[in-house]
Structure formats: C-alpha cells, structure tokens
Design a protein around this ligand. Structure first.
Ligand SMILES: [Zn+2]
Length: 250
C-alpha cells in the first residue's frame, strides 16, 4: 500500500500539473477573481479566466453542487480550501488536483460540449484487463452527460448546461474526497503497477451498473459511483461493496 513518501511524491507531481493548467487559464488575458469564502460549509474560491456565456450560471451551478455535498456532511472533516478555475481555453480539462493543502478543480471547455449518445458501432466492444471499454466512441460517456440528456430545455436559460456543470463539480469533488479520506488507496490506484491488486474487489464488473465512464479505471469508478449516489441513485450490493473496498467517500 502507498506509504507516506508515495503520497507526498504524488501530491508534489499534482502541483506541477496545476501550474500547467493555470497557465492556459490565464493565457486569455482576462481574469476576474471572485472569492466565495463559505459555500454550504465548504471554503471555495472561484477564479474566472476567459469564458463565454454567463459567469452567474457557473456560480449557481457550482453552489448547487456544494449544497448537495453538504447535505451528505462531506464538508465535515475537510479542512482544505477548494479553488475552482473556469476557462474555455481548449487545453483546460475538467480535472481535479490534490496537492495535500488545497483541492484545485479546473472546469474547461468540455463542460459546454457534452458527449452525445454513442453511435452504433460496427466494432464489437473490447474489454481490457484494466476494465476499459471502447465501442466506437472517442470518449466514454459519464453521469454528467446523462444528466445533460435527462434535463429539459427551457427558453432563455440553459438548465441542461447547469446540470452538466453541477454534475462535473460533484464528480471532481468525488476524486478530491477519495484522496482526502483514503490517500493510501487513492495513490495506489493512480499507479498502474499497484492498481491491479484492487481488481479482485470486483469493481470492473460493478462499473457496468454505474456508467460507461466508470469502466475506464478504478478511480473513475469511485468518482462516478460517488456522483450517482450524491444525485440520489441507489446502487446494489456489488457496486456498494467494490466502492467501499476502494475507499470511496461515504
Ligand atoms: Zn474523473
């Protein structure tokens, strides 16, 4: 299991990745800083780079996400600042980094560009030993895409986009809380060589009940299951057992 030095080196590496992503956010030139000290019990700072559309929409969707998380008491025992960067720059991903002190979340352009339903493929699905599934789509669909699909359109507003932003924030916080409460398992799962040992908990099989994206790897399985649970989904025993064996936030 990952020891203190593994956790430390993993977190140090995250810091270098934060610097890279932050560079792209600020590349647009425009950056407005808005500080929200307390968002439903979480300490959140939102930093805005160049974005198209309404900043207010982002802020209310982010607030909705933290409201849901606080109703599960996830703010308790989390003594970390959360910094969220918003950017439409094409190099900015939807991604969370944990450097030990802070949780840094980037919300990139993909947030406005959801994956449409998979087109029928002539190729049969390939299941790899890692659990990844490809079936003729470039990228696996996650619960955020599903939430976009099931949310109704409305004139002059975009509730579909808001649902997607809210869900991506919950997903990224799922990774962050996983790392916070179980860093020793989290960093094992980050490394391919140590991740294999966790396959026996049955997450690969269980992931098919969660989402296509959950089949990518054990970390995504945890984040996607966390997201589904936060949004009210009740999973069966196979999913619940694998989730707790992997140290998923409870
Ligand atoms: Zn993820």
């Amino acid at each position: 299991m990952a020891g203190l030095s593994d956790v430390r080196s993993g977190r140090e590496y995250e810091l270098t990745e934060i610097v890279k992503q932050r560079h792209f956010v600020y590349e647009g030139g425009v950056s407005v800083l808005s500080e929200i000290k307390n968002l439903h019990g979480f300490s959140v700072t939102i930093k805005t780079g160049s974005i198209s559309g309404s900043r207010g929409q982002y802020i209310s969707a982010i607030s909705d996400a933290f409201k849901i998380l606080s109703s599960f008491d996830f703010h308790k025992g989390l003594n970390k600042k959360i910094i969220i960067y918003l950017s439409d720059h094409k190099m900015v991903k939807n991604i969370a980094f944990m450097n030990g002190e802070n949780i840094t979340i980037f919300l990139g352009s993909r947030i406005k560009n959801h994956m449409s339903a998979a087109k029928p493929s002539k190729k049969s699905p390939i299941v790899s030993v890692k659990g990844g599934v490809t079936a003729g789509v470039g990228r696996a669909r996650g619960i955020a895409d599903y939430m976009y699909d099931v949310t109704s359109r409305q004139l002059f507003k975009n509730p579909k986009e808001s649902a997607m932003i809210k869900t991506v924030v919950i997903h990224e916080m799922g990774h962050a809380l996983h790392e916070h409460f179980h860093p020793e398992i989290f960093w094992d799962l980050k490394r391919e060589s140590t991740a294999q040992a966790y396959n026996s908990c049955g997450w690969i099989n269980a992931s098919f009940d969660v989402s296509q994206y959950a089949t990518t790897n054990a970390l995504e399985f945890v984040a996607e299951t966390f997201t589904g649970m936060a949004l009210g989904e009740k999973y069966g025993k196979i999913v619940a057992n694998a989730y707790s064996a992997l140290g998923g936030p409870q």
